[in-house]
Design a protein around this ligand. Sequence first.
Ligand code: SF4
Ligand code: SF4
Length: 168
Amino acid sequence: MKETHRGARTEALPVLAPADPPCERCRALCCRYYALEIDPPEDEDDFEDLRWYLLHRRSWIWVDDGEWYLQVDEECRYLGDDGRCGIYQQRPRICREYGVDPTDEPRCDYFVDVEKHDLEFREPEEMAAYARRFLARREAERRRRSAAAKKGWQRRRAARQKRDRRSS
Ligand code: SF4
Ligand code: SF4
């Protein structure tokens, strides 16, 4: 009987194809957390919600290529002490499909030594500090655009007045 961490010890498991992840050599890394994509924050309220997530232990937020994710480092309740799945034949779709697509590189957590994200927030204070910088930058940009729009409007009005003076 071939076994991987995902296989219940009493079940006969399918033989892994060469493209399958090497679960038999892994500590069940993918069963020890879950991550959900979340909306990128836009305003103070959004940042307050993110700060609230981070108040919870084992929760953190990471960002890659502009996409934001909430990760909770909590293992699955069906992961056994021996690293095997306790509900192998009934495991959810997301578990069945994870890591088996050979076009998805790297295929699973096993192949990622140290995952470095563009941004990582592990403490509420980190998010609060980032929010202050983000909102200050956005406010400066809003003022710059507003000033540019005002100058453009003033220039157009001056040109119109000049034309009116010439034609009168
Ligand atoms: S991280 Fe990859 S190798 Fe490890 S258990 Fe999950 S799918 Fe298998
Ligand atoms: S259901 Fe099984 S394979 Fe899926 S996360 Fe839980 S222990 Fe892992």
